[in-house]
Design a protein around this ligand. Sequence first.
Ligand code: SF4
Length: 373
Amino acid sequence: MIKESEITSFTKLTLKQIRESVKSIKDQLPPDENKVITYSKNFTVSLSNYCVNQCGYCFYNFKVPKLNGENNVILISDKQITSLIQKALKSNCKEALIMSGERPGSFIEVQKELEKRDCLDFIEFVKGICTYLLDLKILPHTNLGFLTYDEMKSLKEYNASMGLMLESTCMKLFEKGGVHENSPGKLPKKRIEHIKNAGKLKIPFTTGLLIGIGESIEDIIEDLFLIKEINNEYGHIQEVIIQNFIKKEFIPYQPEKSISIKEMLRIVGFARIIFENEIVIQVPPNLITGFEREFIDMGVEDFGGISPFTIDYINPENKWPQINDLQKICKEQGYILKERFPIYAKFISKEGFCPENIKKVIYNINLDDKYSA
Ligand code: SF4
């Protein structure tokens, strides 16, 4: 466990000192790796926004009124799935981000829809969609919130990688008025169990922190060390997302002050110092627009999934950037923007991490620039 004095020494670092440490870490990479920023051309399949939790910052949950008269989705229709996949094939997307609220199958409305489609349960439904995608050479990356060990085990051979944000282990968030007051699925014990189970199952994994939801900088540093510790044990975490909370209307959490870009840069720098070159640091580019260069200098190596046609369901007002624009920005900073798979290259060959059926699909996909790390 990290000592309090270590946390304090992090908080005292200036931006300049952080940037210098990040630079010396990056310099240890071989030249063909330290000037590359990656992204994945993806699209989102939002299966159901029914969710057992009610996080104060959530816009996606079925209980939150939607903008532009958008409807809640009990369970995505077959027609919607087909239409999304057709668009994805036309746009040459390699990754499908499969998402939903947490445990939608526990709602009677969702159960009735599953029955109509002859599905035993929600996990069976997800498997069916993943099979369809894999047959069309699209790699699923599933994030359905908290899952049991057995559920994850049964989903492994249907996914190139999976994900679950740790978000924050700060227990203050569960107190009255805290963003996790009504979210039992966000209890740190459960999230940690899920991430560790993914490790036991050798599932290439994405996790991350949600920043600016009522936690302190000390909490953030502690959580970064916790992720490092879990990865030291299982070696399955391929990327860590550092995601800033974006203020929105119609949600309960309305902080007076949002997290600033300067604070985000510090946290991204801390992450790069803590994870060194072992785990990739990602920021969603649609949440830091205009500051991409600063984040690249601070050690960001990946801009995550960028969709040519589906929205960011969590932050619908923040549009995805154009790949060409990002490419230009990277080039100006001396970097090359390259497409990657939802599974990082080192996990494709790592013993036990990539099922044979997924490997077969990967070997039949041509990335735009033939790059896969
Ligand atoms: S678990 Fe996810 S979908 Fe459910 S309320 Fe929280 S943020 Fe929203």
